[in-house]
Design a protein around this ligand. Structure first.
Ligand SMILES: [Fe+2]
Length: 276
């Protein structure tokens, strides 16, 4: 199974740029074209929050219009710029899967089971799962102990060293760690929120943050730094599940020099040497 992950698209109404600078819709258009052209084609796409910039119906509508051409099913969860209610209204088929007033749901259609968590808190930048969602997660994992699973949520439950993001990460990380500790068939945890690739381990398994297809939070490890962003090469993550193992690739979006061949027609390595 090949699972694509897109996150933090921050779509705004037409004619409006994020922070007065970033045309997030144009970046999403390029991400969609990139994913649609990738071969082999991803089987599914998860979108780990902040689909919109201000949780407005026209922003969800624009996100849906921009992604309508994708051939694979899309499984979104809310981030802090979205809301449970806003996303539920925009994606009623996802809302139908949600339980307990939150958009927590399982996707059981693939070899890798996807467990999607709603960590959004109304009007707050930080994330919280809370007792109901954690109990739901525990039960959702317990019913399929033999199914390799991936858990997705917007807010990372770990520190990145980027202070202004760390103060708005998942507030009940230790409770999540305790739940995951009971379910060894969870292969990995994937998040968004920080707009750049970050890799670590959490509850004894790989954990990652996916970059945005638009702006990146600056890699600033100075705790006194003013929050800024850069327009770094945008990307998505591709999670490849094969032979029981899960591997994550950072897949840059854009035109880069290449492909160049390693070998010539006689299978000799091209070393660039000019011979007489
Ligand atoms: Fe974001």
């Amino acid at each position: 199974m090949l699972l694509a992950q897109l996150t933090d698209t921050h779509i705004r109404a037409p004619g409006s740029l994020a922070y007065g600078v970033v045309d997030t819709a144009a970046f999403l258009e390029r991400a969609v074209a990139h994913l649609a052209a990738r071969a082999p084609r991803p089987d599914a796409l998860i979108v780990t929050g902040d689909l919109t910039d201000f949780d407005r119906p026209e922003e969800y509508a624009r996100f849906k219009a921009l992604t309508a051409g994708l051939p694979m099913p899309i499984f979104p969860i809310p981030g802090n710029h979205d809301s449970t209610q806003g996303l539920a209204v925009a994606f009623p088929h996802i809302a139908a899967r949600g339980q307990g007033g939150k958009l927590n749901y399982v996707v059981d259609d693939f070899a890798l089971r996807l467990v999607m968590l709603d960590s959004s808190v109304p009007d707050a930048p930080y994330g919280l799962l809370g007792g109901e969602t954690l109990a739901w997660l525990d039960a959702a994992l317990a019913v399929a102990p033999d199914r390799p699973s991936l858990v997705a949520l917007h807010h990372p439950p770990f520190l990145t060293g980027i202070r202004h993001m760390d103060v708005q990460n998942l507030q009940d990380a230790s409770a999540l760690e305790a739940v995951l500790g009971r379910h060894h068939h969870v292969l990995a945890l994937v998040c968004g929120h920080v707009h750049r690739t970050v890799l670590t381990s959490f509850a004894g398994r790989p954990a990652s943050i996916c970059p945005s297809p638009a702006h990146a939070v600056s890699l600033d490890l100075d705790p006194e730094a003013h929050p800024t962003f850069h327009l770094e090469p945008p990307g998505v993550h591709l999670h490849r599940f094969a032979g029981g193992g899960l591997v994550t690739h950072l897949d840059f979006i854009g035109a880069y020099d290449g492909p160049h061949r390693f070998f010539d027609a006689d299978n000799q390595m091209l070393d660039g040497t000019v011979r007489d």
